[in-house]
Design a protein around this ligand. Sequence first.
Ligand code: PLP
Length: 402
Amino acid sequence: MGVRMPPIPPSPSTGKSSSLSRLQQGLAQLEADDLLRNRSLLESHQGVHVRVNGRDVVSFCSNDYLGLANDPALIAATREALEQCGVGAGASHLITGHHQLHEAFETAFASFIGKPAALLFSTGYMANLGVMTALLDRHGEVFADKLNHASLNDAARLCGAKFSRYAHGALDQLEGQLARSTARDKLIVSDLVFSMDGDIADVEKLLSLSERHDAWLYLDDAHGFGVLNEGRGGMTEAARNSDRVIYLATLGKAAGVFGAVVTAHETVIQWLVQRARPYVYTTAMPPMLAGALLESLKLIKHGDNRRDVLREHVMALRQGLVNLPGWQLMPSGTPIQPLVIGSNADAVSVSKKLLERGLLVPAIRTPTVPKGTARLRITLSSAHGDDDIARLIAALGEIAGT
Ligand SMILES: *Cc1c(COP(=O)(O)O)cnc(C)c1O
């Protein structure tokens, strides 16, 4: 009736999506920069002798430091738990998903580590988001080592606190930042064993700074739990006894299963149950995995032989690569032994040559590590044989000499 309808806009499905073309350009750029990541296809169980992309290889890249992921006792315990409680958890922990096996693991873990209480999360990534968003808001400040794991950085950004980073290991710089801070709640966060460098944080010094400046100390021990100090990880006695210290172990690495566990003062744990969103708003971990974790904890407690073998492999590798021309292992006493190559392209090329020799060692490139420090991240496992280590040393010597 006299009202003119506006023209119908062209249907978006007939034109090319400009957002989609941006993604295509982005992928092409990653490829041009040697940064396109490809997933290898694992066709066997996890372990050190595996079949990947149709090829039998010795793997130097899993975090299964104690060879537990495929351990017969662990498989048997998981099967038993599966029979006992079925597959899925069915609900979140706060509804009906909290099984007695979850509870039993939390109790056993807290007592093994020597902290008052523990809380099981589905992954380390979720635990880091959960802890930091529950403890901090815009009135807080996070103080973080620059080489911390990406999940800790994401958590720091998400929680809305001020985010201050200090150069790797620069605790004097950290002290200055703490002294200048006017935040109501402060939290110092650090990888305990740095995931790409393999070195260990100075826990004593971090603890004394946290005490002097009334801050939480959050330690992410994804790579130390199960390996350091008879398996208890990198925490010190003083840290164990401090109400300020919150300790995270992830359970998909040395523990060989899946998940993560936070241990701290009871009040902190109770607060996380109320407020950690990646705990509250998610389905509980399948209880059979908590059953598996109880067995894994036993294997870790009695794992001194595995840890001895692992230590010997670390020493043999370092000894064997002392005179390698051109490339150097970073200083590390942990099973993470990074060999710095330099450019992304060179690191990829060495990794390819190793693969041709049946050795799987991934190249870690920017942005995971700083530019110009692309590296082979060699990880060792107690499941490696002496001959596996010898093969890697020989192959690297050959490749360096060509
Ligand atoms: C692997 C890792 C995580 C994440 O743990 P997931 O259980 O794999 O999600 C967190 N922090 C560090 C330092 C890690 O290496």
